[in-house]
Write a new protein. Structure first.
Length: 115
């Protein structure tokens, strides 16, 4: 698909997060320790928003089931298969799935995401 300009760099301060739509995909763009990251805003298991996920040691923690995903690769760093006290929901969370990461760049004061 290619690169899409999503935000002005000044609109994303350290620690801030914005959800943007790129080619029909909701993308969470965030700035952590000076680096801009873009991830699929949908948790790979229940498809719920990752926007409120905590950032810990270069990873984002799913706010719904607490699995931990590397911000650089999207790989699972720690797996929690089910939300506490819920049990298996229609098999949706039984297998580990990586979080989709999108390349980013800053050019002429704008943040770009490649889908």
């Amino acid at each position: 698909m290619g690169w899409t300009k999503v935000l002005a760099e000044v609109d994303l301060a350290e620690g801030q997060r914005q959800v943007v739509t790129v080619d029909g995909t909701k993308v969470l763009v965030l700035k952590h320790e000076g680096t801009i990251h873009a991830v699929n805003n949908a948790c790979p298991h229940l498809k719920l928003s990752m926007k409120k996920g905590k950032i810990v040691d270069g990873a984002i923690v799913c706010p719904w089931h607490r699995s931990v995903f590397d911000l650089q690769s999207g790989e699972v760093k720690d797996w929690t298969p089910f939300p506490p006290g819920v049990g298996k929901l229609m098999g949706m969370m039984g297998s580990q799935k990586s979080l989709t990461i999108f390349p980013t760049k800053v050019e002429e004061g704008n943040i770009w995401v490649e889908i």
